[in-house]
Design a protein around this ligand. Structure first.
Ligand SMILES: *Cc1c(COP(=O)(O)O)cnc(C)c1O
Length: 407
């Protein structure tokens, strides 16, 4: 019974439970299934349909043939921890000791979950931006802490954080502040001003800051990713999390990492060792090489994604959507209000209607909000499209979306 209650808490936090208490698939699985059934261009789930660079995959094969197939060290193979330390210094001027301040994890997801479980429990509050990535809400629910949020709101200059609203959401019970930049699903790259507000509040209530930076290299139009740990005096209270999945189009490898002060890393390690202990032995040395020698591949991916981003924004605009131009990530958020009526009344209904009638799949932004929250209400008509698909799929989707204006 107790286990069922625990599942119900997590399921409620992630919207995976129906009003009658039964389990339902996530909106991502539901939309992908609908896309498959209807032959729709799937711009819902955000994973690349192209594999990462061949030479990185060959490095993994070589490691596998070279007997690197048993449990790697719990903190990660030394070459990868060194490569992560070098990467943080080269790109951001941040220094971390590879022996005590860096931990390799089963994707960013494990790092996030282990960090949240290590520092939050019943009675604490964990503050995130809203909308938020679904695993953040699930991990907070598992910890027993209360999930509080501060909204990102659509403005002329993208989805932005309002300083006063953010400050009002921070309380003396706020144990953790979880920051995601570049932000999924809005594409926001938080500015130094926005990050400074978060830093001031974290210092005021002595909160630990966990940052999800998996899209650190996928920024556009001159937007620059600013790691939270680079703000004055913030490195000592920050756990910086990233992953090779998005940067190198290797999402199935699940090689991620967390960097931070040694005492915080020890606490995350204590949890992490009993979640997976370790994994991905032959993949870790390949990711070490990717981080060291892969800057060109990252530049190429960014340029190609930028073209696809522009194509999708143009297609959505032509079809009649109001869009917010993303400065980072793989996603464009669009307001579907012009296409709603009595029967198709909000973003959720629109996302369920679109595959069959127009042949395109997307996901509603409500899937990234707490049910009934002010942000869920404000964004009830919004949907998210991904542009991390090949050009032909995007072109087909854009052509099909034009039928909306004629419908
Ligand atoms: C994809 C994604 C993750 C998951 O990263 P993995 O390395 O695959 O675990 C975490 N956070 C955000 C915001 C993501 O979009």
């Amino acid at each position: 019974m107790h286990m069922i209650e625990r599942w119900a808490t997590v399921a409620t936090a992630t919207g995976l439970i129906d009003d009658d208490g039964s389990t339902k698939p996530s909106i991502f699985s539901e939309m992908s299934a609908l896309a498959a059934d209807t032959g729709a261009a799937n711009l819902g789930q955000g994973f690349p349909d192209e594999d990462g660079p061949l030479w990185i995959r060959e490095a993994a094969v070589a490691a596998m043939l070279d007997s690197q197939n048993q449990y790697p060290p719990v903190r990660g193979v030394p070459a990868l921890r060194q490569a992560i330390a070098d990467h943080q210094r080269r790109h951001y001027g941040l220094s971390f000791d590879p022996n005590s301040e860096i931990l390799v994890t089963a994707g960013a997801t494990e790092a996030l979950t282990a960090a949240i479980l290590a520092f939050a429990s019943a009675g604490d509050e964990v503050l995130t931006l809203e909308p938020f990535y679904d695993s953040h809400a699930a991990a907070i629910a598992m910890s027993g802490a209360t999930h509080t949020t501060a909204p990102l709101r659509p403005t002329e200059s993208g989805f932005r954080l309002d300083a006063a609203t953010f400050r009002a959401a921070v309380s003396t019970r706020t144990k953790l502040i979880l920051v995601n930049t570049p932000h999924n699903p809005t594409g926001t790259v938080l500015t130094r001003e926005e990050l400074s507000v978060i830093a001031e509040e974290a210092a005021r209530v002595d909160a630990i800051v966990i940052t999800d930076e998996v899209y650190e290299h996928l920024t556009f139009e001159g937007a620059t990713h600013i790691p939270f740990a680079t703000l004055p005096e913030m490195q000592s209270r920050t756990l910086t999390i990233s992953s090779s999945g998005k940067t190198f189009s290797l999402t199935g490898w699940k090689i991620g990492w967390v960097c931070g002060p040694a005492p915080l890393i020890e606490a995350v390690l204590a949890i992490k060792q009993f979640l997976t202990f370790s994994g991905g032995a032959p993949l870790q040395p390949a990711v070490a090489r990717a981080l060291t020698e892969g800057d060109n591949d990252v530049r190429e991916l960014r340029a190609s994604l930028d073209e696809r981003r522009v194509m999708l924004i143009e297609g959505l605009t032509k079809a009649g959507f109001d869009t917010v131009r993303p400065e980072g990530t793989y996603f464009v958020c669009a307001d579907a209000t012009p296409f709603l009526d009595g029967e198709v009344g909000d973003g959720g209904a629109f996302a369920r209607w679109l595959p069959e009638h127009i042949g395109v799949a997307c996901v509603p932004i409500s899937a990234f909000c707490r049910p009934g929250s002010p942000a869920a209400h404000a964004l009830r008509n919004w949907v998210r499209f991904t542009f991390v698909k090949d050009e032909a799929t995007l072109r087909t989707a854009c052509e099909r979306l034009l039928q909306l204006t004629r419908a």
